[in-house]
Ligand binder design. Structure first.
Ligand code: ZN
Ligand code: CU
Length: 481
């Protein structure tokens, strides 16, 4: 009598912990992993021979802006195609909820998530209920954005919040944590939050510890003052007694190239005292809204979208300015609101950060951009195929650990990220010898190669190079996870 819904045979098991791969089989029952290693003959109602292909826990994309994509593009092809089975949304201080924008345009960078009509969830519970009612192919763990709280609470954003405003934000944050948010994110680099002093953040972060939630941050400065920003982040974590995650860690601008030799030891020293995590994407170019201060620092800037000039999408900003016969500054002005890709990092820094043992992988992909940064479609296969196999930055098992058990532990996703009995059957089958990203800066929306089958809770969501149409994803609430 078969005991299991599905058995994978002849697999190379990469269990997510970093342990060496081993040959074996794995059984799935009722959406969970039943057995790992040796599964008796004929135990599966359905059996798949993997012919030695790798079987690993589904990848967790810890840094996304997929808040609205989960609802608007529920197949989540840009993520499922990479083997991603869970996304963490609401990063960089911007979440879709809680915020009701009646007719007002979202201030940048909230507009990375959508337009006026898309901010329609008065409470975080309403947003999570919308995800429950219309599930996506992949799971979601949700952060509340500090900038979103500010925009929904304050009449002006160029000053610290008053005591009353902090109370109002705390009420909203508390509701979100009760509803199942896994933490709060900040984007202190961006205008909606750059006037927020540490005390404001600390008042809010005080709610995180009792909820068992964490704090993630796009820091105030990733350039000349990156060490000060790290210290600010550590101080917040220590004062509030919460784990912190430094988002998309990097150092930007030519003058700062090589300075991860300073930042990583600083992070390691802090880790001896408190809980500090970090994530990174595997490219030397960043992407966000179009801003003069970023353009100045970049070697080269590409336009990813522009409301008044959609024809500028994908173009080099300097070329465009020349063509228009205007200065770069004037061209930036003309394109607003707009987004861009900035080449502003050193490859050696990118590698050093990726190789740092506690670095998790996060795409930071922008799913609504007309011509997105290739990280949206390429991040995970690029780490596996390029940085692990081709460059030899770390073994494949370590690459998988950075995408599975490590982020599951950081974000409190207790039954994800490992091949172990009882864990959710979020799984990816891939070919270690061919897996690679194919998304480029020229053709960014190109699915990767070598990701053969992706399952969420035992249900295939990506197979034979396309979405299956199934939508077994769930909201992973901290309280009930
Ligand atoms: Zn960011
Ligand atoms: Cu981000």
């Amino acid at each position: 009598m078969p005991d299991f819904d599905l058995v994978f045979r002849n697999a190379t098991l990469i269990d997510g912990t970093g342990a060496p791969r081993r040959a074996g089989s794995l059984a799935v029952e009722a959406g969970r992993i039943g057995l790992v290693g040796d599964v008796p003959e004929g135990a599966g109602r359905d059996e798949i021979d993997l012919g030695g292909k790798a079987l690993a826990p589904g990848f967790i994309d810890v840094h996304t802006h997929d808040d609205r994509a989960l609802l608007a593009e529920p197949s989540m092809a840009m993520k499922a195609s990479q083997g991603v089975t869970t996304v963490v949304v609401g990063n960089c201080g911007v979440s879709l909820a809680p915020l009701l924008l009646d007719g007002r345009a979202p201030p940048p960078p909230l507009d990375l998530l959508g337009g006026t009509g898309d901010f329609r969830y008065r409470s975080f519970a309403e947003y999570l209920a919308a995800l429950d009612a219309a599930p996506a192919a992949v799971n979601a763990a949700c952060l509340v954005g500090h900038s979103t709280l500010r925009v929904g609470t304050m009449d002006r954003l160029d000053r610290p919040a008053t005591a009353d405003e902090i109370e109002a934000m705390k009420t909203k944050l508390g509701e979100a944590l009760d509803a199942g948010a896994v933490g709060m994110s900040s984007g202190l680099f961006y205008a909606p939050a750059s006037a927020a002093p540490p005390a404001e953040l600390e008042s809010l972060a005080a709610l995180l510890r009792p909820a068992g939630a964490l704090y993630t941050t796009h820091m105030r400065d990733e350039g000349d003052h990156v060490l000060d920003s790290l210290d600010e982040t550590f101080a917040l974590g220590a004062n509030a007694g919460v784990p912190v995650v430094v988002s998309h860690h990097k150092v930007t601008g030519r003058g700062n190239f090589g300075r991860t030799t300073e930042t990583l030891p600083r992070i390691a020293a802090a880790q001896a005292r408190q809980h500090v995590g970090l994530d990174a994407y595997p490219y030397p170019a960043s992407s966000t809204v179009l801003r003069p201060v970023m353009v100045e620092r970049a070697e080269k800037t590409l336009v990813t979208w522009s409301v008044p000039h959609p024809e500028a999408t994908g173009r080099d900003l300097a070329e465009l300015a020349r063509e228009w016969g205007v200065t770069i500054e004037a061209a930036i002005e003309r394109l607003q609101p707009a987004g861009a890709i900035y080449f502003m990092m050193d490859e050696a820094d990118v590698r050093r950060v990726l190789a740092f043992p506690s670095t998790m992988i996060g795409s930071d992909g922008l799913p609504h951009d007309a011509h997105p940064h290739p990280r949206l479609w390429g991040t995970f296969p690029r780490v596996l195929g390029h940085y692990s196999r081709e460059v030899g930055l770390f073994p494949l098992e370590e690459a998988v650990r950075k995408m599975t058990s490590l982020p599951a532990a950081e974000f409190g996703l207790r039954d994800r990220g490992r091949l172990a009995p009882g864990f959710a059957a979020d799984l990816v089958v891939f070919d270690p010898s061919t897996v690679i990203d194919r998304a480029t800066f020229e053709a960014p929306a190109t699915p990767s190669a070598g990701i053969e089958l992706v399952l969420v809770a035992g249900t295939p969501v990506w197979r034979d190079g396309r979405p299956t149409g199934s939508r077994p994803g769930r909201v992973l609430r901290r309280k009930t996870a």
